[in-house]
Structures are given as C-alpha cells and as structure tokens.
Design a protein around this ligand. Sequence first.
Ligand code: AMP
Length: 287
Amino acid sequence: MEVIDTVQAMQAAALARRRAGERLVLVPTMGALHEGHVALVREALRRDGHLIVSIFVNPTQFGPSEDFGRYPRSMEADLGRLQTVASDTATVFAPPPSEMYPGTEHTWVEVEQLGDRLCGPFRPGHFRGVATVVAKLFNICQPDVVVMGLKDAQQFFVLRRMAIDLNFALDIVGVPTVREPDGLALSSRNAYLTPAQRQEAVVVSKAVFEARRRIEEGERRPADIIEAMQSILAQARGARVQYAEVVDTELLQPVERIGPGQEVLAAVAAMFGDTRLIDNIITRAPL
Ligand code: AMP
C-alpha cells in the first residue's frame, strides 16, 4: 500500500494512472477509521478502478470552538485497517495541513442554500470548508468515482451539487449508514461519549427510524413527524437538540406536506455534553 503525503506526488501519481487508462475511485475520510469507513472502502473495491483513500483532518471545516484539536488521529491503526480490507491495492493520500493549505490561498467553494440549512446555522463556515477541501481532493486525486456515506446526508447533497455546478467529471456514490447493534450511527466522535451519554445517544437513531416508519406508512404531515421525533429525543435528559427536520433532497428545504412518491430526508442533530451527533434517513413516501 503506497502512502503519499504531498500534493504534487499524489497528483502526478493520479495523472499517470489515468494516462495509462486506469480508472480511479476515491474515498475521502478524516481518519480514525471505523466500520462505516470500511463499508465505503468495500463499496469502492467493488467498482472498477484503483482505490485512493484520503486521510486528512481538514482544519477549515471546524469552527473556532469545535473539536479540531482533539479530533481522534490514529494513522498507524488506520493504515493497518486499510491493509486488512484493501491489501496492497490502495493508495493512501495523507497530507499534512501545510500541503493542503500553504497559506497563500484565497479561494473558497461555497454551495449556497444547501449549505445554509440543517447543520449550516450551527456550524458557520463548515460546509465552505468541506466543499473547498473536497474540490481540492478532486483536483489532486482525479477520481472517476467518489464514495461517500449517507450518514452525513447534508454533506453528500452539498458535494453532489458542487460536483454538478463545477462540472467535475465524476460520479458520487452514497453508502447507507453503518450502525451499532442498538442503532447508533458509527462515528469517530462516538469515542467522546461517556457511558451514560452513549446510552442516551440511541434516541438520535430512534428518532430518524420513527420518522421513516411514519413516512413509509403514509404520514404526509412533517409537523406530526417532527413532533414524534422531538418526543423521542426528549427521552434523553442530557441531550440538547439542535434540530429535527423533514426536508426535500434537492435544496434541503422544509417540506410542508409530503407528496406521493416524494423522496425526503429526516435529519437530527443533538449535543450530548460537548459531543455533537447527527443522524439522517432518506426515504420515499408511498404513491
Ligand atoms: P469522516 O471521516 O467522519 O469525515 O467520514 C468520511 C466518510 O465516511 C464520509 O463520507 C462519511 O459520510 C462516511 N461515514 C462516516 N460514518 C459512517 C457510517 N457510520 N456509515 C457509513 N459511512 C460513514
């Protein structure tokens, strides 16, 4: 498994493979790899092409009071895990921050509207940081296919919009969320939870599952679905709910009434102490 840590070397390696007629499949991550990331890698390996996994904790997507400093970093363990899943067939791109942000940059990628909804108001600048680093990763790694998790549904829709709007010639594939047996979505941030918070955190997935159940059973009124999600979230006394919403999957606007066959996203964000957890379910209403 080749590990590359400079932009120049990664871009040269990617362009050389493309010139040789190879396709490239990218899985972007911030490391601290878990079974959710492994599911993305497995999906990527099913695609035709050479696998590139990027590991980069992107400073520009963290707010000043967020967890950039304490975000888990475990490069050795990550490389071991990738070696097990992908053996020698992958390239790992793991640049230091100074490679990605040499300090001379003045260009940012902003995805209007989609980036302002849901998590947007609670994490000012977050999606600008995400869109910017992913646009850079696309240009550096030159992928034909990019594999991402639907656990971060807003991120998925924001980046899909960016790829269309900026004419990146690639496909973005979404992978369903990998969960703990009790439903909690796997996340690198789960490691921050105390045992008591971990127990309470199950309400986040319970809330989106309840939304899915109601939507699939034909409930058309988001207000009632949101009320049901809120009452599940209220069972966790230590949770501070940031939002529980039902939105469309184009611009992530609140839905007044769910139409027949409409695809919607039920989304939740809540704080457990200093730990912010999100969960999402994309589902389609019956005709
Ligand atoms: P992160 O390292 O948390 O930035 O995530 C990197 C990629 O892994 C993103 O596309 C995430 O959506 C995806 N991901 C994170 N957690 C999960 C999960 N539990 N199931 C599926 N994909 C996930």
